[in-house]
Design a protein around this ligand. Structure first.
Ligand SMILES: [Zn+2]
Length: 271
């Protein structure tokens, strides 16, 4: 089964929400602060259905004499919902090059994409983004996500893994070194819904007792699984209130999302 299919299904029904309003505000903050010229070119890698980017464009388009948005995604269903004024590129699963865009874009962005890519693709596309950018890169990923918290077992294909297919978690250190010595993190913000971190013993215990995510689309076989029953809900609630009771545990709370702006180290590098 293909990853394209998973995201095609995903983008059919994701819409703008209150949580996403926060993301939009943070993205706007960075763009308004770091792009003060009369023209603005913006490239987004993995735009999905542009449920944020469509609003972003509306907010920005009158601020510039000339504005150019170029978005890219693996999902054609996603891209079909993006603003008609955008240039659009379908990204393949293979290592694709954006050579025609090198050094063309004022700000290059990517939100909630890199945690889905295996190590090789992650480093390939981070490198591509560096080349596309004239100066700035705006990147958002889940912050310090405890992956074990969202592990599911698919009854259809046997997949055991993260419910959204996240492959890694980003600590502050990992995030600030995303581009190694090629681009430096100059400012970041934490935002989004509150993430509560229990320790792994608590997760394991709750899982053993039968606590589970009741409704999901398998990121491997794209089958939808729905175990929502009255009994399962009550079971989750009881186990949650005993084992995963945040008032009783020493736990860390933080916003789910980190977004930061990176500046290329060699801005004049035309390679
Ligand atoms: Zn499956």
């Amino acid at each position: 089964m293909s990853i394209e299919k998973y995201f095609d299904k995903n983008w059919e029904n994701i819409n703008f929400s209150q949580d996403k309003q926060k993301h939009l505000e943070v993205i706007l903050y960075f763009i308004n602060k770091y792009s003060k010229k009369e023209t603005f070119s913006y490239f987004e890698f993995g735009c999905g259905n542009c449920y944020i980017t469509n609003f972003l464009y509306q907010e920005l388009k009158d601020n510039y004499q000339d504005i150019n948005f170029h978005v890219s995604d693996i999902s054609r269903v996603g891209l079909s919902q993006c603003n008609d004024d955008f240039f659009k590129t379908v990204v393949s699963k293979e290592k694709m090059s954006f050579i025609e865009l090198y050094n063309q874009m004022d700000i290059v962005s990517s939100f909630e994409v890199f945690e889905h890519l295996d190590k090789e693709l992650e480093s390939h596309y981070l490198n591509e983004l560096i080349h596309i950018s004239k100066q700035y890169l705006l990147i958002g990923v889940p912050y310090k996500e405890k992956l074990e918290k969202r592990v599911i077992t698919c009854n259809s294909c046997g997949y055991i893994g993260h419910v959204y297919g996240h492959l890694r978690s980003y600590s502050m250190d990992r995030f600030s070194n995303l581009f190694k010595d090629k681009a430096k993190l100059i400012e970041y913000k934490l935002c989004g819904s509150e993430e509560i971190d229990f320790n792994i013993r608590q997760y394991n215990l709750s899982k053993k007792m039968g606590y589970k995510i009741l409704n999901f689309t398998c990121p491997n076989c794209v089958e939808e699984q729905n175990d929502i029953t009255y009994f399962n809900r009550i079971k989750n609630k009881i186990i949650g209130s005993v084992v995963l009771n945040k008032e009783m545990q020493k736990i860390e709370k933080h916003p789910f999302w980190i977004v930061g702006i990176f500046e290329k180290v060699n801005v004049d590098d035309k390679k």
